[in-house]
Design a protein around this ligand. Sequence first.
Ligand code: DQQ
Length: 570
Amino acid sequence: MTNIVWCNIAIFLLASLFLTDNALVLEALHHAPNRIKDQPYRTGYHFQPPKNWMNDWTGPMIYKGIYHLFYQWYPNGVVTDFNKIVWGHATSTDLINWTPHSPAIKPSRPSDINGCWSGSVTILPNGKPVILYTGNDRNNHQVQNLARPKNLSDPYLRHWTKSPANPLVTPNAVNHINSTAFRDPTTAWLGRNGRWRVITGSQEGRRGLALLHTSRDFTSWKQSTKPLHYNDGTGMWECPDFFPVARFNPQGLDTSSFGESIKHVLKVSLSETSHDYYTIGTYDRMRDVYVPDDGFVQDGTAPRYDYGKFYASKTFYDSVYRRRILWGWVNESSPVKDNVDKGWAGLQAIPRKVWLDESGKRLMLWPVKEIERLRAKQVKLENKVLEGGGSVLDVHGVTASQADVEVFFKVTGLEEADVIEPGWTDPQLICSQNKTASSGLGPFGLMVLASKNLEEYTSVYLRIFKARQNSKDHVVVMCSDQSRSSLEKGNDKTPFGAFLDISPYQPISLRTLIDNSIVESFVGKGKTCITSRVYPKLAIGKNAHLFAFNNGSQNVDVLSLSAWSMKSSL
Ligand code: DQQ
């Protein structure tokens, strides 16, 4: 065949791609940046759109065995314009490999012309999904809109039709809702009288609120006389999430579940701190209010899903595997000019299964098991001693820039732990103290994305203190410290820290997912998590190393350390 014929065939194939499904074209775009050699911070197995800005998850769901991932995407640049933001869309059968599609919802109507903001999917009793989302309308007022799949027999649900009744709920003089603080409707649940309930985040002065609306038909919504919950002095509640958890069972529950052995969780994203906080409590179905359990307050003192970078998260019920899955947005820590150079900004954390701990006082979060399918070569070490006084163990044979590491430490000599300083009540500040001082128990843990000679590293570690002199009570602190993560100066390298509710008398587990520019760490099998973003200059690709270390004066045993090189997802 001549070159001309080949050329014609190529043109024909290209044209048919465009004509048949622009998703295919998008797909090619989607995967291209992963192959760009000078993109050391592009992730291998975390979801990213092809390019440009991404923020919140919006409306995760499973429909007919296919997971759908919608996300806030600014298609035109790395620095977002929220007045033009769309619902990006991708699907997967395994939560690992994603097929991109064209945006599901874009600004097009007076009720969303200035941005299609966050929202949620509800699966109706007839099995059909429906989206509620916030539109920023032509007056820049936040209103609630509805969209339905155009063609339910399309397994990818690529096209969505906006309801002619939009906007369904608007702020006005009668309902006194703040028109610039009324957004992010949750998945709806069926309440006591068979009516749907949905909450939306809001703010009145310094009071943060979860406004409650009810509906019989999902189209006509009535504001409840009381919010589901509120708290003064917190500022805007973005992206609320409200869901049931079983008291003594790690299985997830449908959002409408209610019963004696069920507790409820309210999560709000506080815009003032950019962190996600949750409380565990009781949903009073008669009064339609939520009451946090004793010890919980819905403010910045509440526990966090993650003590690092993790915001605007959302859960959904995976009815196939009967689990509740949490997704969260992980923003960059690099300056805008670097993001512009990279051509993208924003990651999504690995989806985490979420369930209620046996104590009933905290949630457990653990990467979905599917991620383990990406594990390739394994390196395993057992019964190694990290001697006190400063020791480093080089973990060879693993692709340290893209790895899954799980360690079990055993600490002895707890009586030698330093007494915690009385003023050390902020774990983040403790993690900023001099970490190289060799004293007491720890710091010990992992140095990840490290250069060979440790000019660069991110350390994920533990420190154990005595609560008081002569006390057998201990305080355990987890840190993810990126202060030495890069020779580059412009990044935000503030260390992250959290107090841990674990016994140092038992082996302590630490799992860390490393993926080029993201480090997600889980202690105590998911009791506490910290996610960091780092941008090493030396410790990239094959030049990245992994070490275990102990800078404390007491020995620490590594009972076992497994490290897997991680394959890239598609
Ligand atoms: N992001 C969306 C809002 C939401 C905020 C806009 C939280 O709906 O409140 O992209 O990150």
